[in-house]
Design a protein around this ligand. Sequence first.
Ligand SMILES: Cc1cc2nc3c(=O)[nH]c(=O)nc-3n(C[C@H](O)[C@H](O)[C@H](O)COP(=O)(O)OP(=O)(O)OC[C@H]3O[C@@H](n4cnc5c(N)ncnc54)[C@H](O)[C@@H]3O)c2cc1C
Length: 498
Amino acid sequence: MLTASSSKASENGKSMTNQYDVIVIGAGPGGASAAALLAKKGKRVLLVDKNKKAGGRMMTLQRDGFSFELFPINCVPTDHSRFETLLDELGLQDQVERVSADSIGVLMYEDEHGVTRSWDMGDSTLALFKTLGVPWWNLPALYRTLRFLGKVSTLKADEIEKLYAVSAMDYVDQFEIPKGIRTYFLASFGEGAFEMTSDRTSAAEAVKLFQEAMKNGGGRYYSKGIGHVFEVCAGAVENLGGTVLMKTRAGSIDVENGRVTGITTVNGEQYFSPLVISSAGIRQTVIKLVGEEHYDQKYVEWVSGLESNLACAGYRWVLNKPVLKTPMTIYFPEGCVATFDEFEEMAAGKIKPSNSYIYLGTTSLYQGMAPQGKQLVYAVMSCLPDPELDIQPYLDYVRDRVRKIMPEVLDCIELEETVGPANVPGLGNDAIFPGQGGESYGLALSVGQAGNVLLGGDSPIDGLYYVGCDAGGSGLGTNQAVDSALNVTKMVLGEGEG
Ligand SMILES: Cc1cc2nc3c(=O)[nH]c(=O)nc-3n(C[C@H](O)[C@H](O)[C@H](O)COP(=O)(O)OP(=O)(O)OC[C@H]3O[C@@H](n4cnc5c(N)ncnc54)[C@H](O)[C@@H]3O)c2cc1C
């Protein structure tokens, strides 16, 4: 791939070397997918990214025989994901190998009496009920549980549509289900999946994901890492005649008379195009790259007030022997379903993390991802996305709980690194507002930001589109970003709104 210094920027403005049909900012999951899809359609594409390689927040790195992402990763759904559609459309199925483990994971539930039981995620619903302590002898409680699960499994699209304006927590609490089932549903399909507290996550998104995971499974990964998928997409851009400039930061999106004309890099190189698609984040794009003066003030205020996802804080450990037997171990102590206010209190130091759910993950079980006999493990909990957040209380809690539920992990640590909101802007989008920047996905799929009010990929500036987790897609994390790319490129190509 080219870097900015080796590109052929013209000295006197527009020339064939720096004129493109489309410029895409960002080679993360959203941008790399969109750029490849447009190149496949015959467009002359320029893809620029400030990082050294594609993948964005989910870039795969290589070190000491490990291939790994900076943060824990599991893709949902297993089958029929938007990745499949993307790779089919690009004809790249043979360059990307999907891999799976014998078992996706284990759920550990600690009840209110401090008793912890485990459920293998492939095991029966009855076994799940036992783990979650559903009182089978209490017929009304059992009835309410079955009624709830029956309802969320069978809700039709038009009924789900009505739940965009309701939070997952409010929706679930109407059913008065036993604590264990409530905790499982809200922690797994609210905060755990959407990186937003259940009192804010849209119930429609939670129900959709539940149905999808039941139907198509809940674990997916790729040989050579998730970031490899987007390296392949960036490679496809070049193979299809486009240009990829890594280590190239867009400094501005240039606009004349309400219409995009191209971009200027921070080094002053100009590239011209009537179409710019930005995955730099909608707020970053509007405020920093385009500039407020090009928008109606009301739009700027609306964009500035959009709600971010939560972030993760915890550890990345290299273990001197494989300890985790499955890619995911999720620990839910009863009462772990926190509200947004509680996360704010934790961030302000008013309360300490003391009852959150913990995600223990490893991708080292997949072939070629770790040296023989070693394992790389993540142990994290959610937190606010503030890069300035003091993560020490979260680290203390995570270590304390790992000591309780899987002490062997702590005995085998060879190397310890911490991860938190401060690590995200380096790989992903810039932090431009106080308290923002470390979010896991981007903007939250919360009440008021999902469904028919979901941000589309279009913008008030002619020729400017947004792609990635901030706009135009739904689903969990990378699947949402790829969904956005598939939808936004259709919009750009005038093939309908996806
Ligand atoms: C802690 C954590 C855990 C996660 N867990 C999961 C998970 O389990 N499953 C899952 O599916 N997803 C997970 N994700 C989410 C996943 O990483 C995101 O959904 C995905 O990366 C979003 O893709 P994107 O293209 O929208 O943005 P990004 O990945 O942020 O990509 C944006 C790209 O734009 C580039 N860029 C930004 N500004 C500029 C500029 N001015 N000039 C040039 N380039 C620029 C960045 O360098 C970056 O490469 C997790 C993320 C984190 C942080």
